[in-house]
Write a protein that binds this ligand. Structure first.
Ligand code: ADP
Ligand code: ZN
Length: 540
């Protein structure tokens, strides 16, 4: 007979204390283990370090003890499987993994233990699970009612919009088809709306209950500076915040290219800092050696590409610095999230410049992706730029991106030291009226066209639609395209403009009204001298 959520929770509490030695569940863990322990499907969105593992490990143990057999955990990373299985075995839980690190004999032994019902948790890579041979084994277990639960870790790998896309994850849609009645829990630390929708659709989790934990990491202080001499700026930051060469803080410095990683690591070392490079171009032994030092000894700076970090569990990383712009907000959040997992104060510091933006745009433009995909990537890049250029609370804007409302945090650069801004209400009103007039004229248009109309450009499209006759044609001649794009990004971030539809056209929302009426000011950051995106970019 199935457990009720109440019964499942009682048993889960016993397991938490007895097996894991913890006093109490954190946040939504109790609700999740009760729901899943009782056989419900769940989608769990929880930031890194939030305690996702227990959300399936405890129901696995509870259900195994209640006679339902084994839990299968889908995991994309061998390193992660090793760590988890090692920790479970230490706690006395029968756990094993199946992946390419095992010899054929070892793998066969694990499968035997699986079929004999000796395992409580089995971790496996998705590509192994969806092989006909393995599915047949699962069917045998299912027929004997010995399949307790499917846990799908790092579920965002199913989304092609994310940076960890794994096509094999899509094939996990067979699980509910072939194993009806076996509950499923999908977990991820990536929570933007697009990824969430992808997970639900591709993993067939329409009926699952969704648990969204707060994505706030209050101990992380966010700082984003405009790039001038980024290495100097980084050295100053490490000096001021982390004691420079005499400090004992560990940190990660992310750079975009391998060459830059090498260069920056060498220059930090020359400045007396303990810095090591890490990127996929180094041989495996060197990578391992650098990683071990970083993990075991204190005070090392890892200068790395984003190849470094996933599955690395070092709680006392005191800062994460970005010398180049990440691809999007999810990446920024995930990478900065590696700082301060112990809950102690930590810094997320980034230097960004217009050059980065140009380069990221070019990478997108020149990629082999479809036009649709490129538009999504550009939209995501724009959201990140809006965050970088924001004059308001960074945390508030970051959390808003993940659908979480909050107030100013008091622990980011903009809260602690409000930036210099100028009143851009007038141009904002011009931009909004232009979108409004275009809407009234019976169409919806994308950013490029709206800006052309504002600037009074005589393009084919402008002529074709007769837009030279609009009252807003040419009312924005005094500013260049870059400024209009910056302003538009801020209006999108403020929620006054919505980008939508098949062609990613601009639409006004209710939040545009107070700005149009002049009741709500819009402020833009004063850009540094020489930056064409600033007010200096205005044409006389
Ligand atoms: P995630 O997978 O979400 O990044 P983990 O599952 O690795 O997070 O958990 C992060 C840390 O928090 C681990 O060291 C874990 O043992 C600890 N932890 C999780 N839940 C609890 C709890 N209820 N009480 C105490 N520690 C917990
Ligand atoms: Zn703030």
């Amino acid at each position: 007979t199935p457990l009720t959520p109440q019964q499942a929770l009682l048993r889960a509490q016993a397991v938490l204390a007895e097996v894991f030695g913890y006093q109490a569940f954190r946040g939504q863990q109790a609700d999740i283990v009760a729901h899943v322990g009782a056989g419900g499907d769940a989608l769990v969105l929880m930031p890194t370090g939030g305690g996702k593992s227990l959300c399936y490990q405890i129901p696995a143990i509870v259900r195994q003890r209640a006679g339902w057999g084994v839990t299968l955990v889908v995991s994309p990373l061998i390193a992660l499987m090793h760590d988890q299985v090692g920790a479970l075995r230490e706690a006395g839980v029968e756990a094993a993994y199946l992946n390419s690190s095992l010899s054929a004999e070892e793998a066969a032994a694990v499968e035997q233990r699986l079929m004999r019902g000796e395992l409580t948790l089995l971790y496996a890579a998705p590509e192994r699970i969806v092989t006909p041979r393995f599915l047949a084994r699962l069917e045998a277990l299912h027929a004997a009612r010995r399949l307790a639960l499917f846990a799908i870790d790092e579920a965002h790998c199913v989304s092609q919009w994310g940076h960890d896309f794994r096509p094999e994850y899509r094939e996990l849609a067979v699980l509910p088809e072939r194993f009806a009645g076996v509950p499923r829990i999908a977990l991820t630390a990536t929570a933007d709306a697009l990824t969430r929708a992808d997970i639900v659709a591709h993993l067939r989790l329409e009926q699952a209950r969704t648990f969204v934990a707060s994505f706030d990491r209050p101990n992380i202080r966010y700082t984003i500076v405009e790039k001038r001499d980024s290495l100097r700026q980084l050295l100053r930051f490490i000096e001021q915040e982390h004691g420079g060469p005499h400090g004992h803080d560990s940190g990660i410095v992310y750079c975009q290219s391998r060459r830059k990683v090498e260069d920056v690591a060498a220059r930090l070392a020359a400045a007396g800092l303990r810095a090591l490079p890490y990127h996929a171009g180094l041989d495996a032994a060197t990578r391992q050696r650098h990683q071990d030092r970083f993990l075991r000894e204190e005070g090392w700076l890892m200068v790395a590409t984003i190849a470094f970090g996933m599955g690395i569990d070092k709680p006392d990383v005191r800062f994460v610095a970005h010398l180049d712009l990440p691809k999007n907000i999810e990446g920024y959040y995930q990478e900065t999230g590696r700082a301060g997992r112990d809950g102690e104060p930590a810094n997320a510091w980034m230097a960004y410049g217009l050059q980065d933006v140009v380069q990221q745009r070019r990478l997108i433009d020149e990629s082999a992706a479809s036009d649709d995909f490129k538009r999504v990537l550009r939209g995501k890049l724009d959201a990140l730029l809006a965050l970088a250029e924001s004059t308001g609370c960074r945390r508030q804007q970051l959390l808003a991106y993940f659908g979480e409302a909050s107030g100013p945090c008091g622990n980011c650069d903009n809260c602690l030291q409000p930036p210099q801004t100028w009143d851009a209400t007038e141009p904002a009103r011009k931009l909004l009226s232009c979108i409004y007039r275009l809407q009234q004229s019976g169409g919806a248009f994308g950013a490029g066209h709206v800006i052309d109309v504002l600037r009074g450009l005589d393009t084919d499209k402008v002529r074709q639609h007769g837009h030279t006759a609009l009252s807003t044609f040419g009312i924005g001649r005094e500013y260049d395209e870059t400024l209009w794009r910056r302003l538009l990004r801020q209006l999108i971030a403020l929620g006054a403009v919505h980008v939508g539809g098949e062609f990613h056209t601009l639409h006004l929302t209710a939040a545009a009204r107070p700005i149009l009426r002049g009741e709500q000011p819009v402020r833009l950051r004063v850009a540094p001298a020489g930056d064409a995106a600033g007010r200096g970019g205005a044409r006389g």
